[in-house]
Design a protein around this ligand. Structure first.
Ligand SMILES: Cc1cc2nc3c(=O)[nH]c(=O)nc-3n(C[C@H](O)[C@H](O)[C@H](O)COP(=O)(O)O)c2cc1C
Length: 182
């Protein structure tokens, strides 16, 4: 297990979870999930998510247990869905409370449209001491998904000075076949 890198994510419907599971597998690092106690399923839950994101409203979130203090990690990778053009309010809650404890940070955002939502990275940076070092904007299921995920993985591995493990069930040729035209 690579304890120089830590992955932390929030996922409402599982898409960001799947991406972060792949990333944590390839980097062989721990993966922690965030949640709050708001009711976020169904139509009312969807509406609450959108309103919370637009109003930048946050709730208390679960405590996460880490092997070492957050700032001691070489890299902390944060994964969140995009809500109404912003990061999810659950990830915002984490950044508000713990952002200044983070040293080197990388972002993974997932969304359903073709927009890259690069402004979300800048929004998230406002909670950090220094800007993020790597980022990837992914639309799960899109043609370029594997290519851009793997580019991000290479950047993270180079940054942390570690090797990448294969992701079970994936053909290694996928990375070159799925190049996206962004
Ligand atoms: C309240 C809400 C607002 C959303 N807003 C956007 C948006 O502005 N742009 C977009 O492309 N996707 C948007 N989405 C879709 C999610 O970002 C996307 O499906 C994401 O991959 C879901 O991740 P998850 O399964 O980990 O929750 C929104 C989803 C929700 C619930």
């Amino acid at each position: 297990m690579n304890n120089d890198i830590l992955c932390i994510y929030y996922s409402r419907t599982g898409k960001t979870r799947k991406v972060m599971e792949e990333i944590a597998t390839a980097l062989d690092c721990p993966l922690l999930e965030l949640h709050d106690h708001a009711h976020r399923s169904g139509a009312m839950g969807w509406l609450r998510c959108g309103l919370d994101a637009m109003r930048k409203k946050t709730n208390a979130i679960n405590r996460i247990e880490t092997e070492q203090l957050l700032w001691k990690y070489k890299l902390v990778i944060l994964g969140t869905p995009v809500w109404a053009g912003r990061c999810s309010s659950v990830m915002r809650a984490f950044l508000k409370r713990r952002g200044l404890e983070l040293d080197e940070v990388a972002y993974v955002i997932t969304h359903s449209s073709d927009e890259p939502y690069r402004e979300v990275f800048d929004q998230m940076d406002t909670y950090l001491e220094s800007p993020h070092v790597a980022e990837v904007s992914l639309r799960p299921g899109s043609a370029g998904y594997i290519f851009w995920r793997d580019q991000f993985l290479k950047t993270c591995a180079d940054f942390a000075g570690c090797k990448l493990l294969p992701i079970p069930g994936e053909d290694e040729s996928n990375a070159s076949e799925n190049k996206e035209t962004e």
